[in-house]
Design a protein. Structure first.
Length: 323
């Protein structure tokens, strides 16, 4: 069953339009999560359910991510799920339907899902590796996630698991992005470290920095210290393909793998497949999530599994049921 979104008055709809981050934040403080998603939902769907513009959605979603209001991940996931349903229906009925908008909603759905899973991993030691993978995978969507936030969090995540080579690359990129934000231009960015990856280069620049200046100085000191450490290389970790481990695209063959719906990493082997969609999961990551859902205080993990049941259908090979 599709999530039910309450209707709102027309004068509320006009509040949620493309605007600055500060205006968006003011709106967020005025509405609870349920009301906010209702506003967003109602302006996103004209009466004929044909989606045409995603501009307002990007502005609001980006603001939420910038502010680290991760409690919005689950409601946004639900709204994006309904949006994808209606857009798929529109494309089926109308040849002129906006397929670009459909892809944008798919991207919003995936990003909000990753944040919801990462939130579910919080505080669970067995799921820490999945949280790190999700954080690094979100770099693939740094055209949606504020780009400085994406690289900062990926660098810190890599650093926490002692992947200093990757942390060095990500945090060095973060510092370059901080300079780009000051200059309001990406023209001086050096992309050589990210060649042969699926991390986008052309991305929107945030209006302001994600973290305060003193924290940026701490990162700068760490990067400078690591740069003279001969044991740390400025390189990304590679997998069995000889490709950056989080990239969906093989650097040599250009074959594109499916992203794991649990961790975001490419599914190369030992996969779990699902019935409704061309979705898959790495078996190791899937099993960790399932096991974590069976212990006390695991409501968030159970919610993730229920959502995946609606989105992807039941897994074909494991014995776990979404019931």
């Amino acid at each position: 069953m599709l999530p039910c979104m309450p209707l709102i008055a027309s004068n509320q709809k006009s509040q949620l339009m493309p605007c600055s981050s500060s205006q968006n934040m003011e709106l967020l403080h005025q509405h609870r999560t349920s009301t906010f998603t209702s506003v967003w939902f109602s302006i996103s769907f004209p009466s004929h359910h044909h989606l045409t513009k995603c501009g307002p959605i990007y502005g609001i979603f980006s603001t939420l991510l910038f502010a680290d209001i991760l409690s919005f991940a689950v409601p946004f996931r639900s709204v994006a799920f309904v949006a994808c349903f209606f857009q798929t229906d529109a494309i089926a009925q109308t040849p002129a339907a906006d397929t670009a908008a459909a892809q944008e909603f798919e991207d919003f759905l995936l990003v909000s899902h990753y944040y919801a899973v990462r939130s579910a991993c919080h505080g669970k030691k067995s799921l820490e590796p999945i949280a790190v993978k999700l954080t690094i995978s979100l770099l693939r969507h740094s055209d949606i996630v504020p780009v400085d936030k994406a690289f900062y969090e990926a660098g810190i995540a890599a650093k926490t698991i002692s992947q200093d080579n990757m942390a060095f690359v990500f945090l060095n990129r973060f510092l370059d992005l901080c300079e780009a934000i000051e200059e309001k231009s990406l023209d001086s960015m050096d992309n050589s470290d990210l060649m042969d990856t699926d991390i986008p280069f052309e991305v929107p620049l945030p209006e302001r920095h994600f973290i305060a200046e003193d924290k940026r100085e701490e990162i700068k000191e760490w990067v400078l210290a690591v740069s003279v450490d001969q044991q740390v290389e400025q390189s990304l970790s590679v997998d069995e393909r000889g490709t950056y481990e989080a990239s969906l695209v093989d650097a040599q063959s250009k074959v594109r793998s499916l992203p794991c719906i649990v961790s975001g990493y490419p599914v190369l082997r030992n996969r779990i497949e699902f019935r409704k969609r061309s979705q898959a999961a790495n078996k190791e990551d899937w099993n960790k999530l399932v096991m974590a859902s069976k212990v006390p205080n695991s409501a968030e993990c159970q919610d993730v599994l229920r959502f995946l049941g609606r989105w992807c259908g039941a897994p074909q090979n494991p014995s776990y049921s979404f019931q």
